[in-house]
Design a protein. Structure first.
Length: 139
């Protein structure tokens, strides 16, 4: 069996988070949904995001939950099929109450943009141009 990935994210208001991500086109698995959590399907059979209300999230870790207004705990990135899909998802996220922490960037071999969800988690969206070789700039 292939390894599945479940990312767990704390959220303040589960209902608002479900509404937000539904507006972006995501679906949820009702088998793993309660008043405390839901399972957002990113890639059926492989990748999921568990949205957990903060008190429930705290039961899984002794560490404090990151204050996403001031810190970044993780950068989540999703591939897209085209530049247009990147732009469309960012537009939907902003319309649903999210924000854009950065401007879109065209690196030739890759186009990326992203959004910040209602809880301040940063989601990167990118499209890799199959016609361009990957180029890394020295740091």
């Amino acid at each position: 069996m292939a390894t599945q990935m479940f990312i767990n994210l704390p959220v303040k208001d589960l209902g608002k988070s479900v509404t937000f991500f539904t507006a972006l086109g995501f679906k949820f698995n009702p088998q793993f949904t309660s008043e405390q959590a839901t399972c957002m399907i990113v890639n059926d059979g492989a990748s999921y995001v568990m949205l957990l209300v903060e008190p429930f999230f705290r039961t899984f870790t002794p560490k404090a939950i990151a204050d996403t207004a001031n810190t970044t705990e993780v950068l989540l990135s999703l591939s897209c099929d085209s530049r247009a899909q990147v732009d469309a998802l960012v537009k939907k996220a902003v319309a649903a109450g999210g924000s854009t922490p950065n401007e879109a960037q065209d690196h030739g071999f890759m186009y990326d943009h992203g959004f910040q969800d209602l809880d301040g988690h940063q989601w990167g969206l990118f499209w890799m141009n199959p016609a361009q070789p990957v180029q890394h700039k020295p740091a």
